[in-house]
Design a protein around this ligand. Structure first.
Ligand SMILES: *[C@@H]1O[C@H](CO)[C@@H](O)[C@H](O)[C@H]1NC(C)=O
Ligand SMILES: *[C@@H]1O[C@H](CO)[C@@H](O)[C@H](O)[C@H]1NC(C)=O
Ligand SMILES: *[C@@H]1O[C@H](CO)[C@@H](O)[C@H](O)[C@H]1NC(C)=O
Ligand SMILES: *[C@@H]1O[C@H](CO)[C@@H](O)[C@H](O)[C@H]1NC(C)=O
Ligand SMILES: *[C@@H]1O[C@H](CO)[C@@H](O)[C@H](O)[C@H]1NC(C)=O
Ligand SMILES: *[C@@H]1O[C@H](CO)[C@@H](O)[C@H](O)[C@H]1NC(C)=O
Ligand SMILES: *[C@@H]1O[C@H](CO)[C@@H](O)[C@H](O)[C@H]1NC(C)=O
Ligand SMILES: *[C@@H]1O[C@H](CO)[C@@H](O)[C@H](O)[C@H]1NC(C)=O
Ligand SMILES: *[C@@H]1O[C@H](CO)[C@@H](O)[C@H](O)[C@H]1NC(C)=O
Ligand SMILES: *[C@@H]1O[C@H](CO)[C@@H](O)[C@H](O)[C@H]1NC(C)=O
Length: 525
């Protein structure tokens, strides 16, 4: 035993002199990518980044003989010395790219919360960017003009989700799975979260550091964190998961809890509007005199739209209204604007359809247009060819939200998926990691309810959940000095907060714009 320890110690002293067993990353400036991304996200500024790439096996079952693929990596430097190492960041989605996300959140999301002493590294996960981009377009849809067959769920004919599912939803989902199989045969079984966890090992081995993972996983990045931790518990040095999915329902491939918290977040929006009545358009422009009156007004608007769904245009309008609410609940900074849009609808200033509010899309960076389906369905262990077997899942979903269940269709193709990830993780997540995981989760997160964090924490030994009483998806949209301080203690010293404590946000939604202006922070959320 003792001799081993000595041997290992001796090895680590001379390790610099040994031949490299791992490729070392070739970081270099990449002005063109910086410019492309700056143009894409304008008017928001980006943090300059360097680029590198790493060749990894397509198939980790055959690491030596498999074809190699290129991972594109991006790095934002630490801002403070001494530099303590690198933190990997996953851009969420799934299907998000690092190039589009890292430069946007590096300063006001990551450095702010982790502290400036770490280099921030992210990479375009398999299926996204230019890394075997997952695109299920057969190239025929434009020619045949058949949106239903091509998976455009927005043409569903009724607001009754169960009826939609029976009439067309199930068939659309199966067709989507077929199309993806036909267009990604050969690479489609290598883009799941298990394969990406193997890539993370390749990345940390090529950093020239200690071979341990320091990681910030946001949203879907929490699923990636859970998979990595369960597959490689000995490699976890720091893992902060922000906006947590329930790892067990994620693994099944459906998430009945998905809209559990939308109602709660929507109620918070109404509360905050009433609290900020002199600046909330739903009060000032509608002359509402009580919170109940705001509720009634909003209900009337939404239910009128829900009833008017027998035509395609009516259904579009209904989904657009739900979508407007759902998306803006992610970002409390936008709540005053959300109130304004609804006030304008209710006073007849704009039509009750925000569908025409989107700007023309610039040249895309991400070629993985279907990566969101590809990645989550690659992980799915629940498969069935029988429509009836899916009914209980639908029932659970609809039971979780008053009105937002209409969005649920996004996960339907997973039950028919034909390309499970070759590295698919099927275990129960009950592991003890080298260092415990810290989960942080908003109490009002509209898409990753805090129940997911508690559920995960009961599997990962020693992990702790830090609750955040701010609004929005993840902690970035609602800065909190209390949260940042605890996260920095964790990354720098490894210490975890006490279980059961909660942090307050620094600002309410109506104060955020002022804070950003005062601190010269320009960002989308
Ligand atoms: C990051 O730091 C390295 C050296 O530490 C430097 O060469 C590089 O130019 C820096 N990159 C950026 C984008 O500032
Ligand atoms: C997806 O594939 C289709 C059909 O091959 C192609 O026309 C389209 O440009 C691709 N999309 C992207 C973003 O690469
Ligand atoms: C929705 O459709 C299902 C299936 O036809 C039906 O059983 C249910 O009663 C409908 N729900 C409503 C609210 O109409
Ligand atoms: C997928 O590729 C395999 C091997 O190349 C081939 O046998 C199979 O027919 C292909 N499937 C589809 C749906 O194209
Ligand atoms: C609200 O009150 C103002 C001032 O009395 C009035 O001009 C306006 O028409 C009222 N708005 C609505 C929607 O009743
Ligand atoms: C129903 O929706 C259509 C299409 O958006 C719209 O033109 C019509 O005014 C709506 N009817 C009602 C009663 O809201
Ligand atoms: C939608 O378009 C109409 C007509 O061009 C315009 O009056 C309305 O303001 C637009 N709505 C939004 C939310 O931009
Ligand atoms: C719906 O929710 C209620 C209350 O949470 C619960 O008692 C009931 O079992 C749920 N039903 C289904 C079908 O999940
Ligand atoms: C976690 O969630 C799964 C899926 O909903 C459930 O089966 C399991 O009982 C939950 N575990 C705990 C400890 O709550
Ligand atoms: C505010 O930030 C922008 C970049 O976002 C920068 O160009 C400008 O100099 C900053 N202004 C101040 C007063 O710091």
């Amino acid at each position: 035993m003792k001799r081993w320890a000595l041997l290992l110690a001796g090895l680590s002293v001379t390790v610099a002199g040994l031949p490299q067993t791992h490729e070392v990353l070739n970081w270099a400036p990449c002005q063109e990518v910086n410019k492309q991304i700056a143009d894409l996200v304008a008017p928001f500024p980006i943090t300059p980044f360097d680029c590198a790439n790493l060749m990894v096996p397509l198939d980790y079952d055959e690491p030596c003989t498999s074809e190699k693929i290129q991972l594109d990596l991006f790095r934002v430097n630490a801002t403070q010395k001494p530099v303590l190492g690198s933190v990997l960041f996953n851009p969420g989605g799934p299907g998000g790219t690092a190039a589009e996300m890292l430069p946007l959140v590096a300063e006001s999301g990551l450095h702010l919360n982790i502290g400036g002493q770490f280099n921030l590294i992210s990479w375009d996960p398999r299926g996204t960017g230019n890394t075997i981009p997952f695109n299920c377009s057969t190239g025929e849809s434009a020619a045949t003009g058949n949106p239903v067959r091509r998976g455009d769920y927005r043409t569903l004919p009724s607001s009754n989700v169960t009826q939609n599912f029976i009439d067309v939803g199930w068939d659309i989902a199966r067709q989507k799975a077929e199309d993806c199989y036909a267009t990604n045969n050969g690479t489609g079984e290598f883009i799941g979260t298990g394969s990406v966890a193997h890539d993370m090992i390749s990345i940390i081995d090529s950093l020239g550091e200690d071979g341990l993972l320091r990681y910030y996983g946001w949203s879907y990045g929490s699923a990636l964190g859970f998979y990595f931790a369960a597959m490689f518990p000995e490699r976890v040095d720091r893992m902060l998961l922000d906006g947590n999915v329930n790892p067990h329902t994620w693994q099944l491939g459906y998430r009945p809890e998905l809209f559990e918290a939308v109602d709660k977040a929507f109620a918070a929006f109404i509360d905050e509007c009433w609290k900020n009545g002199k600046d909330c358009a739903l009060v000032t422009e509608l002359n509402t005199t009580s919170k109940a009156e705001i509720w009634n007004t909003m209900d009337a608007l939404i239910y009128a739209a829900a009833k008017n769904t027998t035509t395609a245009a009516g259904f579009e309008a209904y989904i657009a209204i739900l979508g407007l609410i759902e998306q803006r609940l992610y970002y409390p900074k936008q709540w005053p604007k959300l109130a304004q849009i609804f006030a304008d609808m209710l006073t007849g200033k704009i039509e009750a359809s925000p569908a025409n509010s989107s700007a023309p899309a610039p040249q895309p960076y991400n070629h993985g247009v279907d990566a969101i389906d590809g990645i989550r369905c690659s992980d799915a262990t629940f498969q069935t060819a029988e429509l009836e077997e899916y009914f209980p899942i639908l029932a659970q979903q609809l039971n979780h939200s008053r009105g937002f269940g209409a969005f649920y269709n996004a996960v339907w193709p997973c039950a028919s998926w034909k390309m499970p990830d070759k590295q698919q993780y099927r275990g129960d997540f009950k592991v003890k990691t080298r260092h415990p995981i810290l989960m942080v989760n908003g109490e009002f997160d509209p898409t990753t309810p805090i129940s997911g964090a508690y559920n995960a924490s009961s599997a990962f030994d020693g992990s702790v959940v830090l609750a955040h009483n701010g609004y929005g998806h993840g902690i970035f949209p609602s800065p909190s000095k209390c949260v940042a301080e605890k996260i920095q203690q964790y990354f720098v010293h490894g210490s975890l907060p006490e279980a059961g404590i909660a942090c307050e946000p620094d600002f309410g939604p109506w104060e955020l714009a002022e804070y950003y202006a005062a601190n010269n922070i320009s960002r989308p959320f």
